[in-house]
Unconditional design. Structure first.
Length: 105
């Protein structure tokens, strides 16, 4: 019985702490993403209006190229996946908590 307890205690602790941290991160990410979406939307709307009025000229192909470059940088996050797998109990709790935080936010 003592051997099982000594094995389960760190596992439960890692799952619980990972879950709470993931929940907090997910909640914050969703709130920040909403704010960023509003800012980007209003900025884009302003650009479209100014271009429609003939006050500015927007290089939309350049904007698309910039967006593709930014998204290509997300491929560099492979190292994070390896770190999560090496700490699987903590990562499992964090991922579940992150999902709950996103849903709550």
């Amino acid at each position: 019985m003592s051997e099982q307890t000594s094995f389960l205690t760190p596992l439960v602790t890692q799952l619980g702490v990972g879950g709470v941290i993931g929940l907090c991160i997910g909640y914050a990410v969703k709130k920040i993403a909403k704010i960023v979406a509003v800012i980007v939307g209003l900025f884009s709307l302003g650009l479209l209006y100014l271009e429609y009025q003939g006050m500015i000229s927007v290089d939309w192909l350049g904007v698309e190229t910039w967006g593709n470059t930014a998204l290509a940088g997300l491929g560099q996050m492979e190292g994070i996946l390896g770190a999560l797998i090496s700490n699987l109990p903590f990562a499992g709790g964090a991922i579940v908590g992150f999902g709950l935080g996103i849903k709550m936010g």
